[in-house]
Design a binder for this molecule. Structure first.
Ligand code: SF4
Length: 337
């Protein structure tokens, strides 16, 4: 299928405008994401309709803690990524293209939407597992259908996307789970081979459009656990996106090319305390403890949601997303309408 967002640069050389890499792709070659291919001057989205994983997941696994808590969502992934994080947890699918990953299954748009509608209590579709913006066209075609069915679209993304495609996506996506991997350009350049600024721009644009955002920051020992840079990030989130923006601090374990030992609980707890000084809803993820996973009202401090792993019990929250005890608005309402 022909891809969107590209221009012909010179004699069959293509510039892809989907993400800030703006790859210049010669005929017969692919861009950095390994899934957009120049076929004689035509840009092809090779992973259209190619699914690597499809599962019914708790929404908390995305992670989204303030969006339809306790619900499940059909989660769909493909292959490819426009970043090359050395610690990638899903590198088998993110760092391969269609041509070298033999386990893909074909799903048409109708097959996905029928699957979604057949699953009881499912709130919609999450585009996840690998970076979904690199299968923009397939995701958008599904999202339009899900939107028409009055169900929800959720994206789990690194936020490395250009403004034009993002503006289109925003019309259909209800909740964004965004990886903010660090708060220095140096980290983004060295560890992910990309840039921080476009990710900040993405966050600001989504927030301006009043869409639900939760941010995940994977804390990697010695790479992005500097307390000063971390506090800068928390202040930026508060000032640009608001103090009620949800921040998940996720514990790193060695993966892919990264052999640094797993992040200590001491480091995570210290950063959790710093973040909690600026933001109202901070959570800990990937830890074998339930501390840092419950939701408390930021006004009356009563417990609203208790979580143990992916077991969620709603204790003090109305379906309107308000605290049952003091009426404080905590999150979007969670009625499907
Ligand atoms: S989406 Fe892929 S091909 Fe397009 S600019 Fe980004 S990395 Fe390059």
């Amino acid at each position: 299928m022909e891809a969107k967002f590209y221009t012909l640069f010179d004699d069959k050389i293509i510039v892809c405008n989907l993400c800030p890499h703006q790859c210049k792709i010669a005929s017969g070659k692919r861009g950095i994401c390994d899934v957009r291919y120049n076929s004689d001057g035509l840009l092809i989205t090779e992973n259209y309709g190619k699914v690597s994983s499809i599962n019914l997941d708790p929404i908390e696994k995305k992670p989204l803690y303030h969006f339809f808590p306790g619900s499940v969502i059909l989660s769909v992934g493909s292959v490819g990524c426009n970043l090359e994080c050395e610690f990638c947890q899903n590198w088998e699918i993110s760092q391969n293209g269609v041509y070298n990953f033999p386990y893909l299954k074909n799903y048409s748009i109708d097959e996905i939407t029928n699957y979604v509608l057949s699953k009881k209590n499912n709130i919609g579709v999450a585009y996840t597992y690998n970076e979904p913006t690199v299968w923009f066209e397939y995701m958008l075609d599904i999202a339009v259908k899900i939107n028409e069915s009055k169900l929800k679209n959720v994206i789990v993304t690194n936020g490395y996307i250009n403004e034009e495609p993002l503006n289109i996506l925003i019309n259909y996506i209800d909740a964004f789970s965004i990886d903010l991997k660090a708060f220095t350009e140096e980290f983004y350049k060295k560890i992910t081979h990309s840039e921080l600024k476009p990710v900040k721009d993405t966050l600001k644009l989504i927030s301006k459009n009043n869409k639900h955002i939760e941010i995940t920051n994977l804390i990697v020992t010695g790479l992005n656990d500097d307390e000063t840079a971390f506090e800068e990030m928390c202040k930026w989130i508060k000032n640009e996106l608001g103090e009620n923006t949800v921040l998940h601090l996720s514990r790193y374990f060695p993966h892919y090319k990264c052999t640094i030992p797993g992040t200590s609980l001491k480091t995570l707890t210290k950063l959790f305390d710093i973040a909690s000084g600026h933001l109202n809803y901070v959570y800990l993820g990937n830890v074998m403890s339930d501390s840092g996973s419950n939701t408390y009202c930021d006004k009356c401090r009563k417990i609203l949601i208790s979580r143990q792993g992916y077991q969620t019990e709603i204790i003090g929250l109305e379906n309107s997303g308000k605290c049952k005890f003091c009426g404080n608005k905590i999150m979007p309402d969670f009625n499907l309408s």
